[in-house]
Design a protein around this ligand. Sequence first.
Ligand code: NOJ
Length: 680
Amino acid sequence: MIRLIAAALLAGSALPLAAQEQIASPDGRIVVTLNTDNDGVPFYEVARDAKPLIARSQLGFLLTDADPLRRNFALASATRAQGNDRWETSWGERRFVDDRHNQITVIFREKTQTPRTLTVTFRVFNYGVGFRYEFGNDAERPVTNIGEELTEFNVAPEGTAWWIQGGDWNRYEYLYHRTPIDAVSTAHTPITMRLEDGTHLSFHEAALVDYSAFWFKRMDGQRFRTHLSPSSRGPKVSRTGAFNTPWRTIRIADSAAGLVESDLELNLNEPNRLGDVSGYFKPQKYIGIWWGMIRGDWTWAQGDRHGATTARAKQYVDFAARHGFAGVLIEGWNYGWDGNWFGNGRDYSFTRPYPDFDLEEVARYARSKGVQIVGHHETGGNINVYEKQLEDAMALYDRLGIRLVKTGYVADAGGIISCNADVAEPCGAEVFEWHDGQRQVQHHLKVVETAARHRIAINPHEPVKDTGLRRTYPNWVAREGARGQEYNAWARFGNGPDHDPTLVYTRMLAGPMDYTPGVLSLVGDRGMPFSSTLAKQLGLYLAIYSPIQMAADFIENLAAHPRELEFIKRVPADWAQSRLIAGEVGDYAIFARQDRASQDWYVGGVNDGTARDLTLTFDFLEPGRAYRATVYKDTADNTYENESRHDIAYDDLTIRQGDSYSVRLAPGGGLAIRLAPARR
Ligand code: NOJ
């Protein structure tokens, strides 16, 4: 850590500046500089190995009821601290997380008669930077009304970006763009970049609580600014009393693996507030009455093709019991699906089952078989209707022993129906909000906290992006928040072969995704083929992490693939450690993960549309120990592009540390290997 009091001439500034503050990462490679420019605009810079990474970038706010917090500031004080901690995760990709950082809190003070302050805390880790604004309690002005946050990210070197657009109708459900950095428009985070010298960056946020998510908006060149998700009120964010903004985060790594293995956002979240949730949530695999509705064979609504009947539910429970699946998801069990529920949700009841679905009996039957029903609350985006029933809905599931609930917010972006708090109850006026605005951010936490009181875990679809809150609320177990496997059912070649290896380095940096792998039939709507080989469906369990992993196909199709089903039954959803052992952004991703509950290792992942030969090494295995390897791989010449996508090759061999093993990844292919210690 260096403190420079002497005048410093900063790149790009004409005049010497009076003072600046600097803070370095524990290994000294990353250095953040803080100061104000000649107009008194607070700014930060980030350098790595003495090379500029984030050039001068402003800090500040527009307020809707006061002068902007933008210019005419001077650096007033700086306080420093350090963190050196190791904490245990409730579940996840690794059991222990190290948190080593250096911290600086800087106060900028206005050069006016009645000066206001802007307080920013930076934490610098060896693998990135996080910073947040801290607002104190102002007795005279207790409410802060933010019109826009003016934080900038001025990326210095040129490079390539992988991103999806923010502010468009389909929330986060887009295929990723790969463009030069200066061709990004307005992007959601995480956004991933590879710079010319091979440095990898990811911009995101951590601990998004009671605030609007930000979109990453390009202003010019490679200069980006926070664009807060809109609100139906004037200010985009309104807060009373003292508060901190979410952390703005920049992962910095030498390689794609470094980006993926970073714990930056988790470390910036508050510790577990719920205590031990293992009494009601255990990482698990589940099946469901689901794929039939997604493909259009069955319906959520009542009628001849209604999916969620008592008889079918029992059939799925039997299959789960026979094969050791923990849960059975049942969608379309409740009133509200018969009309237009998309972006509407006005008719949903979260307690009244359809007549052909005996909820009490199905729950009793499941309990008797040692299987749990995975509950479902689709809201159609109507949080007004949902919040009114929330307590009763969770209490019902609690009474029935249902411990995991999937929620859903199917509405176009900006179509979340809420209630104008200024109009008397019952809701006099509906207002429309964004899936990632402050109101919806509040809603998600309300659901998670209500569920926690009822010992229930939550998995929202059409969610707000994940920002690491699973650390604080370990019953918030997964989310959707990207194009999932369901898209493979809907259009020719659905997600395409590149999507999965792109998700690994983009969406997945945010947190677990309920991607719903395990469609072994590889067939979507009206016979449409997947852009995936059979081996890729297994590789997905290793590439796309979630503590809840679905085997999404019809049970008949799962049963028709006994060897693959055996892998799915065994593959853990909770790991002691995880490493990306081979991969590049958007191209391919092969992980080695060690089971948290045994000494087994698993190796595998997903490929893009280009065939690839890999030689794997096994440095991570225990020295001198023999492991029985069961391999599921692509054949010598198969491809997702024709019927050979169904082909798969198996191998059974002994592997030790130091051995190598060559495999071919097919176009649209994948790989899955189980390594179990051989008996000594
Ligand atoms: C979209 C979700 O992604 C899907 O999983 C769910 O089945 C439907 N909405 C209905 O809730």
